[in-house]
Design a protein around this ligand. Structure first.
Ligand SMILES: [Zn+2]
Length: 85
């Protein structure tokens, strides 16, 4: 499920966001990848990644919560005119 998700990891050299599979990051204590833009070798340590993953998971949860809330909310919203006295 979440293992097939990708995470954006910004290259420390050029800032390009590389999509890395979460599964790859979880498999080892550190992951190496090559930046697609500047070809710099980037190393991600699992500890650092865990922190990022927590952030991403929280963001996903927030988005899901927002989506659920929006779905429940009636499409019809009060118009400005409704509040005129
Ligand atoms: Zn780069």
């Amino acid at each position: 499920m979440f293992e097939d998700e990708t995470i954006d990891v910004a290259c420390p050299q050029c800032g390009y966001k590389n999509s890395i599979l979460v599964r790859e990051l979880e498999e080892s204590a550190e992951t190496h990848f090559v930046c697609r833009k500047c070809q710099a070798g980037v190393r991600i340590e699992a500890d650092e990644f865990k922190h990022r993953l927590d952030q991403v998971l929280k963001e996903v949860e927030d988005l899901e919560r927002e989506a659920a809330r929006d779905a429940k909310r009636p499409a019809r919203r009060p118009r400005k005119g409704d509040f005129q006295i």
